[in-house]
Design a protein. Structure first.
Ligand SMILES: Cc1ncc(COP(=O)(O)O)c(C=O)c1O
Length: 463
């Protein structure tokens, strides 16, 4: 990139990312901020990397189902002066003075979380989805207790009892999977395992399960053995908020989530629970496992919750699911194999031929073609968690970017062509060119739509 072009790109991206606003807020005046220096002046290496990432986000198609584009408003809060404040404790009681404004922000986030999901209590301090789960375990379990969670190969998360994770080192995890024939949760198997092992808690949630969870059934199973129910809705919380997936909140004792996936917030976590567990949960998170909360991120979570309560967000959540169906149908029409035969939510899992390239090799080829997916294990995995026999695709980020059904059909055909011929360099580079073109067209269409609205609900950060 020529240097003037690079400077312009940096400036445009800098203001889009909101760090201009953050510096201004810290220094008090815009003139002072200019004197203090922009990120590009202070640290060109980091600044260039940010510009590079912003460009990648605009010119390639993000199909990783756990990612999304947060809004400018979310980014501005994340980059705000609130990062300055130490605020150990909660708005009712802080160990530090000077918490007037961070209390406002944290109260807003908690109230909005409860209102959006219909929960009794919310803790918005967990630094990530994994920390949110840790907080629930610390609140509800004793070391060594038996817990049931979904198998990793079937889509369970590391914190659901993976051998390499703290969860299996501190608790005795028993895992349930999917039925080999249907590749869907076998509720009878879950019920039988619960009867056999009498878990103190059943964890329901997944990183790669493309189907709807039957919360009523899980509640019945938990009740049949006196277990607590934790709904880990990290992947689907945005769909739940937008009415595109049934809510676990009326059924679960605890519901945990990350905030940066379908919810489109900042990187972080959150836990909702019934009133009777509120005190134990808050104590488990602070002082149990965290120190000072990230109040700038909590402010961004509050903004995210406000955005997710708008009517537009319901349209978004339903569009995510509709687009995933279009993508699934296109891949099926191209004779690719989808785990469980399709999708009901935002993600799909392609099972690759056993004697062909691994998921990892396929994901690498797709990246060269501008199509960003991740390698993923599939039920009955034989190649292991690094090579894998599958790739995982999703529609949350692409839908935010502005891609619609027609584009998803084209994306499906492009993905299938690459999957069938990963070593064809000409195909990869031609696809990358077409992807860049498609991104530019879709971005221009999205910008034109945004320009006609008085208050756009969600302006993705690379706008
Ligand atoms: C089901 C599930 N739970 C928890 C997490 C953990 O979230 P984080 O990466 O924020 O720790 C994830 C992340 O992918 C997830 O898919």
């Amino acid at each position: 990139m020529a240097s003037t072009e690079a400077t312009n790109a940096r400036e445009a991206t800098g203001s889009a990312l909101g760090y201009g606003a953050a510096v201004t807020a810290t220094a008090g005046t815009e003139a002072a901020a200019r004197a203090a220096g922009t990120l590009a002046q202070v640290d060109p290496e980091v600044s260039n990397a940010i510009v590079g990432e912003a460009t990648r986000l605009r010119e390639t198609i993000q199909l990783i189902p756990s990612e999304n584009y947060p809004s400018l408003a979310v980014m501005e809060a994340t980059g705000s002066v609130l990062t300055t404040k130490y605020a150990e404790g909660y708005p009712e009681f802080r160990y530090y003075q000077g918490c007037t404004w961070v209390n406002v922000v944290e109260d807003l986030a908690r109230k909005r979380a409860c209102a959006l999901f219909g929960a009794d209590h919310a803790n918005v301090q967990p630094h990530s989805g994994s920390s949110a789960n840790m907080g629930v375990y610390f609140a509800a379990l004793q070391l060594g207790d038996t817990v049931m969670g979904m198998e990793l190969n079937a889509g369970g998360h590391l914190t659901h009892g993976s051998p390499v994770n703290f969860s299996s080192k501190l608790y005795h995890f028993v895992t349930y999977g999917v039925a080999p024939q249907t590749e869907r949760i076998d509720y009878d198997q879950v019920a039988a395992l619960a009867k056999e092992h009498h878990p103190k808690m059943i964890v329901v949630g997944s990183s790669a399960y493309p189907r709807i969870f039957d919360w009523t059934r899980f509640r019945e199973i938990a009740d049949s053995v006196g277990a607590l129910l934790l709904a880990d809705m990290a992947h689907i919380s945005g769909l739940v908020a937008g009415g595109a997936h049934p809510s676990p909140v009326p059924y679960a004792d605890y519901a945990s989530t990350s905030t940066h996936k379908t919810l489109r917030g900042p990187r972080g976590g959150m836990v909702l629970c019934r009133q009777q567990y509120a005190e134990a949960l808050d104590k488990a998170i602070m002082p149990g496992m965290q120190g000072g909360p990230l109040e700038h991120v909590i402010a961004a979570k509050a903004v995210m919750l406000h955005e997710a309560a708008q009517p537009d967000f319901r349209d978004y959540a339903h569009a995510v699911v509709d687009n995933a169906k279009v993508l699934a149908d296109t891949l099926l029409s191209e004779r690719l194999t989808l785990v469980s035969g399709g999708t009901d939510n935002h993600l799909l899992l392609v099972r690759l031929p056993v004697d062909g390239p691994s998921g990892r090799q396929t994901a690498q080829a797709l990246e060269r073609a501008g199509l960003v997916v991740n390698a993923n294990t599939v039920p009955g995995e034989t190649k292991g968690p690094v090579r894998t026999s599958g790739i995982r695709l999703g529609t949350p980020a692409t839908t935010t970017f502005g891609f619609g059904p027609d584009e998803f059909r084209e994306i499906g055909h492009m993905v299938a062509a690459v999957v069938r011929d990963i070593r064809n360099r000409t195909l990869l580079s031609q696809t990358a060119t077409r992807v860049k073109e498609l991104c530019a067209t879709v971005e221009a269409r999205r910008r034109a739509r945004e320009a006609t609205r008085q208050h756009p609900a969600h302006v993705p950060v690379m706008a």
